[in-house]
Write a protein that binds this ligand. Sequence first.
Ligand SMILES: [Zn+2]
Length: 210
Amino acid sequence: METKQNLTIKIVRELLAHNFSVLLYNTEKLEDNCGGWCWIDDDENKREFAVAMKHHMGFEILIHEYCHFLQWKTDRKFWDSTLKTYDTLFDWIADPNLETSEDDLQQSLKDIISIEHDCEKRVFKMIKNNPIEDFDTDKYIRAVNAYIWSYHINKDLRKRPLNPIYSERVLPHMPNSFNENVLYYLDKNNLSSDIRDALLVEYQENSIGS
Ligand SMILES: [Zn+2]
């Protein structure tokens, strides 16, 4: 059994050994209302790992981002292939005047969900092989569902959520099971209206963040 603190230290050491800047912010969210990132641009010689540690799921975000690092480290072909189109959706969201074909948006959405789903499978494998003290797996699974499904809504609304999507008011409405097959999450027909309605709260301007 591993403690959260020990695992955090091990992860930071490993990232530093791989020349990452490790930015553990004492905040609830980062820019663009996200909880963290693992950003690698070897052309620019930049490797950055950031987490909003004061988020109520700060440790879980750290584990998630670490598994992106593992994707990059152990499956570079997959990592590179999905990153090619990863920005298409978010550039289109950020710039209302940008014209992007539906095919390109669909490809981007598919790539994003594929890399995120693979990342979550790594998280579940890691916590199974190396259990973490006081890790709330039920909460994590609900957050994963919120996170993966939110990409469909990002595309539908051409908008990002205003808060990290796995908020305390969203989680009780999320499924507490994870589907190992990425095709399940790629099919928008599996996004129920209950899940959708719960997630939409985090896209509304007048709502108070949690
Ligand atoms: Zn991710």
